[in-house]
Design a protein around this ligand. Sequence first.
Ligand code: ADP
Length: 195
Amino acid sequence: MKQEVPIRLVLVGSPGSGKGTQGKLIEKKYGIPHLAAGDILRQEVARGSELGRQAKVVMDRGELLADAIITSVIEARLEESDCRRGWILDGFPRTIGQAKALERWLAQRGENLTAVVAFELPDAEILKRLMGRLTSSVTKRVDDDPAVHQKRIDIYRRETAPIFGFYEGKKLLVKIDATGTVDEVSRRIVAAVKT
Ligand code: ADP
């Protein structure tokens, strides 16, 4: 389905919450690009760019890149022509600082977010999914390491979860139960976003 009114979605959820899978499904459904911050950084690592070299050190530790660096990477991507009809951001913003930067960027352009989809999943389920990803040759990623999983979850709770309140205050937050099958979660998102 092609969209006339631009749809601008932000997906927020812990590592392993299924944002990437759902982002790809929404990309197909609405014909707008799914922009995953982690994928963009992993491409830079693979290319061996200066940004990639910096990102690799931080990603391997399970830490976050500095707000200014990731913000400029994402804003440059959002300014490409395929984003004119909308986009799905996955993994950005990940801090209050990033959320505020995105808000300023949108305001300068007179644009708004459609919704911020919050993926809710208990810690036990998060760890189970991350362990599953490690043992699958299809989904395993170069930055997957059991030693850093807990650290990434901790950083998520500390740095990223506060943006829920930020977007709740702006009446943009849509909470989704991220347990169950891919199809079930997808149906919940479509019903909740109701574009
Ligand atoms: P996951 O989906 O497992 O949460 P991502 O693929 O989104 O992981 O991100 C992988 C890594 O890339 C993060 O652990 C972090 O080091 C870095 N990263 C991704 N997005 C951001 C961001 N918005 N701000 C800072 N660092 C980021």
